[in-house]
Every structure is written in structure tokens, then in C-alpha cells.
Design a protein around this ligand. Structure first.
Ligand code: BG6
Ligand code: MG
Length: 221
């Protein structure tokens, strides 16, 4: 019995994953670091600090330098977020949220991002959800299950009654680690370990998701 949907934000409800990429890319170009979209795949869903460490590919810099680079990337990212409006919700996102709400299913956003509250405001998403858990609220980010466990706790459901929706390998891993059902959005190379893999939320309905999850034969619990 599914009672809650726990959504990742960046790359699931809106295309901020592209903005995160552009922020890191701008920093990398300025600093002469090799970084492309293929490298970026590993950064999806992981925290700001972990992203920088991945981008550095083993190169060691001082803590002060790290702080400065993270701040710079974040400023570039925020320049893009500033221009967002509710029209930046991805196709199908609001339709699915409304359908879930009408079906009495709890809805949470669980994002590694410290900017998730701001993005949620730009998208006017607050009335459509029951809880938000962001990167300011946990110590361990994805792939640890903490963000999703906290989200399930806030909406009052058990992990095995909760469905995680993710675009990142680290996020699907976090859902699996939390004992939740998982829906992966995107290519199987990235989210293939999810119970159900679909390209995006466009034209996706609750009944299809539930049928897909049932077919998966998930028996982690
Ligand atoms: C995740 C994104 O949601 O948040 C990552 O997928 C990002 O790309 C992470 O690095 C942390 O975000 P922020 O806004 O705290 O730097
Ligand atoms: Mg994401």
C-alpha cells in the first residue's frame, strides 16, 4: 500500500540539474579544469562539497580555496535560479502532484540542495507538497538514505509505503538504502537499479507507476 511519494527536486520536478552543471562548468572553465557533461553525470544528486571533490578528480586544494570555489559556483547557480518561474516545472510534474494530492497520497520533496527552499518558492510549489527536506537539514547527503527517511518521517509513512522519484544514481541508491520503492527518471545506464525506470514524468499517471512497481517484484522489505 503506497501512502507517500518522496520527490527529488533538481532534475525531477524542474531542470535545475542543468543549472548546477552550468555553474560548475563556468567555474571549471575559469580555473582551467577539464569538466564536461559526461563528468557531470557523477555529480547528479550529490552535495555541493562532494560535487567539487568529484570535479577536482583527486587534485588537492586548501579548505579556503574549496570554500571560495563552492561559493562562486553557488553564485553562478543562483543567477540562473533567480530567473525561474512556475513555467519551469518539467512537463507532467504538476499534473502528477495534483493527481497524488487528489488520491490522498502524501507528498514530500527530499533534496540534497541547500537551495531547495528557494527553488520551491520560485516554482510556487509549497501548496502542492506536505513537507520539504533539504541539504541544510541532514549531515549525510545522498547516497545515504537520511534525506528520504526524514521526509517519510515528516509525512508519517513507513519506508515500504513510500515511493522515491529520482533522476540521479546517488538518489536511487539512497531510496534503496532507505527500504523504499524507487522510480528512476532517465537512461537505464544512470538509474537502471530503480524498481521502475521511465524517461520523465510527462504523461505519467499514478496507476501506471503502481502497476510498474508491482511488476518489479521488489521484495527488499
Ligand atoms: C542536488 C543536485 O539536488 O543538490 C546536485 O542534484 C547539487 O547537483 C546538490 O550539487 C547540492 O545543491 P546545492 O544547491 O546545495 O549546491
Ligand atoms: Mg536530482
Amino acid at each position: 500500500m503506497i501512502k507517500a511519494f518522496l520527490f527529488d527536486l533538481d532534475g525531477v520536478l524542474t531542470d535545475t540539474s542543468e543549472f548546477h552543471y552550468r555553474g560548475w562548468k563556468r567555474l571549471a572553465d575559469e580555473e582551467g579544469l577539464a569538466f564536461d557533461r559526461a563528468d557531470n553525470e557523477a555529480l547528479r544528486g550529490v552535495s555541493r562539497r562532494e560535487s567539487l571533490l568529484l570535479m577536482l578528480k583527486g587534485r588537492v586544494i586548501s579548505e579556503t580555496q574549496m570554500e571560495a570555489w563552492m561559493e562562486r559556483k553557488n553564485a553562478y547557480y543562483l543567477e540562473l535560479v533567480e530567473k525561474m518561474t512556475p513555467a519551469d516545472l518539467l512537463p507532467g510534474a504538476m499534473e502528477l502532484l495534483s493527481e497524488l494530492r487528489a488520491a490522498g497520497i502524501k507528498i514530500a520533496i527530499a533534496s540534497s540542495s541547500k537551495n531547495a527552499g528557494l527553488v520551491m518558492d520560485r516554482l510556487s510549489l509549497a501548496p502542492a507538497i506536505d513537507a520539504l527536506v533539504d541539504g541544510n537539514m541532514v549531515t549525510l547527503s545522498k547516497p545515504a538514505p537520511d534525506l528520504f527517511l526524514k521526509a517519510a518521517e515528516l509525512v508519517g509513512t513507513r519506508p515500504d509505503e513510500s515511493v522515491v522519484v529520482e533522476d540521479a544514481a546517488a538518489g536511487v541508491e539512497a531510496g534503496i538504502a532507505g527500504g523504499m520503492w524507487t522510480v528512476g527518471l532517465g537512461p537505464v545506464e544512470r538509474v537502471g537499479m530503480a524498481d521502475l525506470v521511465i524517461p520523465s514524468l510527462e504523461d505519467v499517471h499514478l496507476a501506471q507507476i503502481l502497476a510498474g512497481l508491482e511488476k518489479s517484484g521488489h521484495h527488499r522489505i
